[in-house]
Design a protein. Structure first.
Length: 69
């Protein structure tokens, strides 16, 4: 995906121990989304994208079903 509102950085954990501590990195890769959602380890692209979309979607109320079309 390409979007001007999305930024990404790749950090070598052994070179930035302060970030390892800040984000409690125990497995790599670790993806941090908006400082509130974390994805650890590798996974198929489909599942990775689903986790990202869930992290950035507005909260749903009771009875709201996600649109899967």
């Amino acid at each position: 995906m390409e979007n001007d509102l999305i930024t990404a950085d790749c950090v070598e954990a052994t070179e930035f121990p302060d970030l390892v501590g800040k984000y409690s990195v125990y497995a790599v890769p670790k993806t941090v989304i908006n400082e509130s959602t974390f994805i650890e380890g590798s996974m198929p692209e489909k599942f990775f994208l689903e986790r990202i979309l869930a992290a950035i979607s507005p909260p749903q109320g009771p009875g709201d079903e996600p649109d899967r079309t």
